[in-house]
Design a protein around this ligand. Structure first.
Ligand code: PMP
Length: 365
């Protein structure tokens, strides 16, 4: 967008999507394109979720039930919570936007890091909040002491992404829990756990302990672990008052019939398949990390379904390298927009996709 237009329509910087396979196929006249750029799960959705989606098409002339109670109940059961602690949206992205709408007024202060999911910053700015950016530590942790130092009476909201996108890393669970326990009562904290299902549970703090007495919102999605990115369903876990407020500001029917039933089926009947897939993704993640290390990359310890790798000295910068890979039919993410011009983010795709990526990468290097 040009600057004048952006101001006219109240727009902030556009959210940058990954390239699609079709675009790349056409642009470079390729037969094979491997998409490792959007942290999708190549194995999902699983059997029962697929069946549920097929069946749901029969009723797609009808609006979904507007209170989403059945889906909320099944999600709540997973965590030992009540349905009143669960809110839904068309993907975690939609929820992030709604939370900003619900909480932020012009002049409120928001703390976040730029080296994370970009939407937090954009929606906060859109609401007229003052965004304060606090860099990650060199070890890719949220710099919680720096966050603490920047708290003021006007701090309204803190966005934390754990595990973090794009770095794939987690922040120390004890430090994160202590940080949240210590927050003053005027501050909300959103912990985006979109990738938590891929993590070692010991690496994540128990956030549910805070839900009923702190202003904590935990965010999750069916897009990643359950392979339902195209169906668009995410959820938030929070105290009952927050969920009521959330449900009040969402537009009606902000989740679709197919996604709602797919979510129920995933949680009730597809857990075994999901667990098997998790093992495979974790094993491939380990193999990919080792292969990249052998090629001279430095790989951050990943707790997600993607890897964040620093290029060897001899390699060109990440923008050049990701373009070269794209011309060979491999889509990965360039770290430059996050401030990491020598890092690539690579999704753990299928085995043969990762081999193809490594082949092309080796040929370029
Ligand atoms: N949060 C994070 C950290 C993400 O990486 C993503 C997707 N890339 C989302 C939220 C949004 O996910 P969705 O809208 O598909 O649920």
């Amino acid at each position: 967008f040009d600057e004048t237009f952006r101001k006219e329509v109240n727009q902030v910087a556009p959210y940058i999507q990954g390239e699609t396979e079709d675009e790349v196929r056409r642009r470079y006249h390729l037969d094979r394109v491997v998409k490792l750029g959007s942290n999708e799960n190549p194995y999902g959705p699983y059997y029962h979720a697929r069946q549920a989606i097929r069946r749901s098409v029969e009723d797609i002339n009808r609006y979904p039930e507007d209170d989403f109670i059945e889906t909320k109940r099944v999600i709540a059961d997973q965590f030992g919570l009540k349905p009143e602690n669960v809110g839904l949206g068309s993907g975690a992205g939609n929820i992030i936007e709604t939370i900003a709408k619900m909480l932020l007024n012009a002049g409120d202060e928001v703390l976040l890091t730029k080296q994370s999911y970009r939407l937090y910053r954009e929606v906060s700015k859109l609401m007229g909040a003052k965004v304060i950016e606090i860099p990650l530590t060199p070890g890719f942790q949220f710099d919680l002491s720096a966050f603490k130092e920047r708290l003021t009476d006007r701090t309204k909201l803190i966005w934390i992404c754990n595990p973090n996108n794009p770095t794939a890393t987690v922040t120390d669970p004890n430090r994160l829990a202590a940080f949240i326990a210590d927050l003053p009562d005027n501050v909300w904290v959103v912990v985006d756990e979109a990738y938590a299902d891929f993590s070692d549970p010991e690496q994540l703090p128990d956030l549910l302990q805070f839900i009923n007495h702190k202003r904590v919102i935990v965010l999750r999605t069916f897009s990643k672990f359950y392979g339902l990115a195209g169906a668009r369903l995410g959820y938030l876990l929070a105290n009952q008052q927050a969920i009521t407020a959330y449900d009040t500001v969402t537009e009606p029917f902000n989740a679709n019939r197919s996604a709602l039933v797919a979510a129920i089926a995933s949680l009730k009947y597809d857990q075994k398949q999901a667990a098997r897939t998790l093992k495979r993704i974790q094993a491939d993640r380990q193999d990919l990390a080792e292969s990249l290390t052998a090629l001279g990359f430095t790989v951050a310890k990943s707790e997600t379904n993607f890897i964040f790798a620093k290029l060897p000295e001899s390699a060109p910068d990440a923008t050049t390298l990701s373009r070269q890979l794209m011309a060979q039919g491999v889509i990965v993410r360039d770290g430059t927009p996050w401030g990491y011009p020598r890092h690539l983010r690579i999704t753990i795709g299928k085995h043969d996709e990762l081999s193809y990526f490594l082949e092309q990468l080796t040929a370029i290097l």
